[in-house]
Design a protein around this ligand. Structure first.
Ligand SMILES: [Fe+2]
Ligand SMILES: [Fe+2]
Length: 159
């Protein structure tokens, strides 16, 4: 983003980047958690869950990339040290169940993580509405995907 593009951002860039870095940390933790659970899930009908977890993991990694790109455009850098990710995240890392066949627990972990993501992006969208069009556009795009993620896993629970 050039000088003028940054100049039209009607918000504190420092605060905005802080919020974006927190969301960036969330995305990495979600990616790792979903990817990991896709590896370990077992038991009856594990294949469906594995497929959904892999799909979501791929989306979260994409979100991390999109947010990283935006932070760079805003003239800053995303968190460099992976050890720092949990410290900056909006929610603590949720441990996958010890019982790898506990599919209901896995579903609850995902729906809880997605609910947090929806809250986080809703907050950033409200903050940037009319103030930073570029960030607003990205976070509402990500938000709509988190809404889909929540729905996929909520439906699994109701089945
Ligand atoms: Fe995400
Ligand atoms: Fe998600």
């Amino acid at each position: 983003m050039g000088k003028q593009a940054r100049a039209i951002v009607d918000l504190s860039l420092k605060d905005l980047v802080k919020d974006l870095n927190k969301a960036y940390a969330d995305e990495w933790l979600a990616f790792y958690l979903y990817w990991y659970m896709a590896q370990i899930v077992s038991g009856k009908a594990y294949e469906d869950i594995q497929e959904f977890l892999n799909k979501l993991a791929k989306d979260e990694l994409e979100h991390a990339g999109e947010i990283a790109d935006l932070i760079l455009k805003l003239g800053d850098v995303p968190i460099a040290n992976p050890m720092e990710l949990e410290k900056h995240a909006n929610a603590p890392y949720m441990m996958p169940p010890k019982n790898t066949a506990d599919i209901n627990r896995i579903i609850r972990i995902v729906t809880e993580a997605e609910a947090t993501a929806i809250e986080v992006y809703n907050k950033i969208a409200k903050k940037t509405l009319g103030k930073d069009h570029v960030t607003y556009q990205l976070v509402t795009h990500i938000l709509s995907e988190e809404v889909d993620h929540e729905e996929i896993f909520e439906n699994l629970l109701e089945r």
